[in-house]
Write a protein that binds this ligand. Sequence first.
Ligand SMILES: Nc1ncnc2c1ncn2[C@@H]1O[C@H](COP(=O)(O)OP(=O)(O)O)[C@@H](O)[C@H]1O
Ligand SMILES: [Mg+2]
Length: 596
Amino acid sequence: MLHSPVLNWLTEKVRRLSIGTKISGGYTLALGIAVIGTATGILIGEQYYDQSRMYAEDAREEIRLLSRLETTLLRAKTHQQQLSNLLRKSERRQEEYFHIIENYAELNQLWSEFKSTEGQTKNSKVKEFSEEIRLVKHILQNHEKTIDAYLRQVEVVLKQLAQPKLTTEEYKGAQKLILKLNTGSLPLEIDHMSNDVAALTHLAYKDYEKEEAKSSKAQRLRLQIIGVSMFLSVTSAIFLSMYTSRAISQPIKKVTTVVQQIAQDSNFDRQVPVTTEDEIGTLARAFNTLIQQIAAYIQELSQKNQQLLQTHEELSQTLENLQQTQVQLIQTEKMSSLGQMVASIAHEIKNPVNFISNNLEYANNYTQDLLELVHLYQQDYPNPTPLIQHHIQAIDCEFLAEDLPKILSSMKMGTESLRQLVLSLGNFSRLDEAEMVSADLHTGIESTLLILNHQLKYGIEVIKQYGDLPLVECHPAQLNQVFMNIVQNAIDALQSAVDQQYKQIMIKTQAMTSNQIKVGIRDNGLGISQESIKKIFEPFFTTKGVGKGTGLGLSISYQIIKKHQGQIAVNSQLGEGTEFVIVLPIKQSICPSTPI
Ligand SMILES: Nc1ncnc2c1ncn2[C@@H]1O[C@H](COP(=O)(O)OP(=O)(O)O)[C@@H](O)[C@H]1O
Ligand SMILES: [Mg+2]
């Protein structure tokens, strides 16, 4: 395994390289292996090849020399034998003579060549060619004399045959000489030598073949080295390309994965890992800076958003307060002027009504007395004067006596209702009461109904189901205002239901617990839509036309009930009717309410 300090060192080095250096380094390495391998292959192959070629060339030269030597030796023998046959034929003898001269010269030259080259060449390859060297030595040692003897004898023969025409003496001498040349030990020696040369030629052939084989082996070796270096270069190129692409792609993948995760979770606390010192490392660092900046921006944004929300909240609150203040102002203004007017009118009417009501009693008594007197007169004076008689008839005294008490009685009733109305007006406009008082809610409801009586008496039946209510601690005028608003709305709803036959308002009161009472006011009018029901307690919400509705009634009522620490709720069904339910505490134990 390569898990060694060297590998760690290498990994650390590579980590610090730029991508460009990694790629070019990889290419350089792969190409370097290819070039060095090929060059080495070519050089080594060439060297071996040249050497074997040189040896082969030497061997060829040697073969050529030896072959010629062998041929010359053979030819010498042949020419001598032929010469003995052709001695008498001067022309052919001459021809043969020249052949021998030629052969003599060649042999001489070849022999000296053999001596010089063979001695030299063989010295350089002592070990390899020991057999050959032995043979050369043998030839040089043993056949030197043969050659010398042969050459000397040939020289003698040649001298003898130098004349174109031979005397008999000369002819016999020549014949003797040629015979000696052909029959003595010399031909045998030459044969031996010829055999040795042939054996040497054979060895040289072998040499030659060996060197030829070596040179083709050198060719193969060259190809093999080139092939191996190519293979190594391709393998290293593949390995390096894989390693380089991994070294480049791995950190990119890591960066991409983390960036994707950050984008998915919006978790800007994370950081991209910086695993290399190259361009990807720079990219990762740039990403980290970007992520930090985004996180800072997001934080800043959320702070600004928070501030905005807070401002929005504050503004909404301010707006709501403003609306409430506006409503309160309108209401206070309206109620104070309306209440003051109602109170002053009630006060102004109260005394004359009391005056009429009180005097009506006397007027009735006096009328009774006067009618009694008239009756007595009629009894005591049955025949009055014609003038009186005529007046009695004119005024229809009998009818008058009968009708006057009735008129007085109805006048009494009228003044009584007037007194009640004045009382109700007084009750209704009890605005001056800043402190809460214990009041009978039924009285308030009754005065409200009385004030609205002119709208109720035609076609709307009011059903009252009053429970046994204790006195309730409250601002009576404000609660009357609430009853008034609700009943007025019920009347409006019933009046707008033109086709409806039976119109009814039911008012139900009951004590719920020891400190809670409930007032329910229900009509069987048109009802309220789901959409409107959400808004009916909002200031200025109205479905009535301009001049008819202000949209303030229920919002004021809501505020009043809230100030009384009570609750107001509405149940309504379109086409069936509407019910308002008010729950109030009997005693305001916790915090004293302030008038609105
Ligand atoms: N009993 C009811 N039946 C039907 N609608 C009602 C009833 N009471 C209140 N509403 C609806 O509530 C709205 C608000 O009432 P309110 O605050 O008194 O203002 P206004 O009477 O001036 O319109 C009315 O316009 C009406 O649409
Ligand atoms: Mg109203």
